[in-house]
Design a protein around this ligand. Structure first.
Ligand SMILES: [Zn+2]
Length: 86
C-alpha cells in the first residue's frame, strides 16, 4: 500500500496552542526567534499538524507529529504571546 501525496494545504489539521503568562526562567524551554527570522515557523517537521499561536493564528510549528512537541513554550514572533505546547 502506498499513501497518496497529501494535496497542498487542504486538510492539514491545525491546532491552536494555549496562551500562558510569561513563564519563569528555567522552568521550561522557551523558543524565541530573533527579529530577522520573524514570521517563520520554529519547527518544520514531517508530520501532519500545524501549531498556531492561540492569540493571532501565526504558524509556530509546521508539519509536526501530534504529541511530538511537548514541554516547549513558543513565544509568538508576531504578537509576543507565550504558547504552551502541552
Ligand atoms: Zn501570536
Amino acid at each position: 500500500m502506498t499513501t497518496p501525496p497529501v494535496p497542498l494545504r487542504r486538510g492539514v489539521p491545525k491546532r491552536r496552542l494555549k496562551v500562558i503568562p510569561e513563564p519563569a526562567p528555567n522552568i521550561c524551554s522557551v523558543f524565541i526567534q530573533p527579529p530577522e527570522k520573524a514570521k517563520f515557523p520554529f519547527i518544520t517537521g514531517q508530520g501532519k499538524l500545524d501549531l498556531l499561536c492561540g492569540t493571532c493564528d501565526s504558524v509556530l510549528a509546521k508539519k509536526v507529529v501530534e504529541g511530538q512537541i511537548r514541554g516547549i513554550v513558543f513565544k509568538c514572533p508576531d504578537c509576543g504571546s507565550y504558547n504552551d505546547s502541552g
